[in-house]
Design a binder for this molecule. Structure first.
Ligand SMILES: N[C@@H](CCC(=O)N[C@@H](CSS)C(=O)NCC(=O)O)C(=O)O
Length: 304
């Protein structure tokens, strides 16, 4: 499709509204809009090739199939050092992630976790062992060991980009959500890495590790210390969970406020749902939790 030049800015703006920013992942779109998307996205890509933020943020969503875990790579590629962070790395996929980081010429600065995971071992310890200089990050409330502890309201900077920390307890007592910054030059729309607090059309279970349905409901619905948590973020905010068991990759605040099967209910109904999920205990919980409380490995192997 060849577009008249004067139409391209308008088409690009329409595509920017339809397309998950910086993501190659499809979201759930009404059929007519979905049919329009490829052409609009192509036009937008051509038009916005020189745009600042689009070129600053490199973003990859990576998947580990055994635990259905998403790891997220974000980097500021406009900074000469290309500093990068990994959110929720998994031990089994550390080599894949390191190869990608190497191929893309990035400098990994932080290996961050949204919480102490129960279903897989974090890749943080291995990353630190294989790439000295990488710092581990987790919330103070998690009770885990790390190089850098974060609290609600803190910021994690990498180059000229930053992530804000939101305390979103309820799946575990120490869960946090990392949200891209709200300032000029930061990605737009914003992106929230929700860990297991919010899953697409669902949410994390609340039956161990200090979990609480009451707290989880508040974490998703409220504002804390003048900061929007999840549902109170701008409605076009892209939501990236730590897991998906149904093949979804990304959602938005607008979609989850409308369609989340658990969190759209009133609090009492929500608590009833959560108390009756009847999920099996994660297979790896007895190994994963103790390991994740110390970065994922008890004794880091010597530098490779
Ligand atoms: N089958 C998996 C565990 C699946 C599970 O319990 N997932 C957790 C997040 S990881 S602790 C969860 O909160 N699920 C919510 C849901 O509705 O599925 C295994 O055996 O490891």
């Amino acid at each position: 499709m060849i577009l008249p030049l004067r139409l391209i800015p308008r088409v690009a703006a329409a595509a920017a509204r339809l397309t998950p920013a910086a993501s190659c992942a499809p979201t759930l779109l009404p059929p007519r809009r979905a049919r329009l998307l490829p052409a609009l996205a192509m036009a937008a890509a051509a038009y916005s090739a020189g745009s600042g933020v689009g070129r600053r943020l490199l973003f990859r969503q990576l998947f580990e199939a055994e635990s259905s875990t998403y790891t997220y790579l974000l980097a500021d590629v406009a900074d000469p050092d290309k500093p990068a962070v990994l959110i929720d790395p998994v031990d089994r996929t550390v080599d894949r992630d390191l190869n990608l980081i190497k191929e893309l010429g990035l400098k990994l600065v932080y290996a961050m976790n949204t919480h102490v995971h129960a279903d897989h071992i974090t890749g943080t310890g291995l990353l630190k062992a294989k790439l000295p200089g990488v710092k581990s990050v987790i919330s103070k409330a998690s009770g885990a060991k790390a190089d850098h502890f974060v609290d609600h309201g803190d910021k994690i900077h990498f180059g000229n980009l930053f992530l804000e920390v939101r305390a979103t307890p309820g799946h575990t007592a120490g869960c946090v959500t990392y949200v891209t910054g709200d300032a000029d030059g930061q990605p737009s729309p914003r992106m929230a890495f929700t860990g297991d607090a919010l899953l697409i059309r669902a949410c994390g279970r609340t039956d161990f590790q200090g979990g609480s349905p009451d707290q989880l409901y508040e974490s998703v619905h409220s504002q804390a210390s003048m900061q929007n948590l999840i549902f109170t973020l701008p409605k076009d905010t892209l939501l990236y969970p730590a897991h998906d068991y149904k093949g979804f990759t990304v959602s938005t605040v607008e979609e989850e406020v409308a369609y989340n099967a658990r969190l759209t209910k009133d609090k009492e109904t929500f608590k009833g749902i959560m108390d009756n999920l009847n999920l099996r205990y994660p297979k790896m919980i007895d190994v994963a939790v103790p390991a994740n409380l110390v970065c994922g490995i008890q004794d880091p192997p010597p530098k490779i």
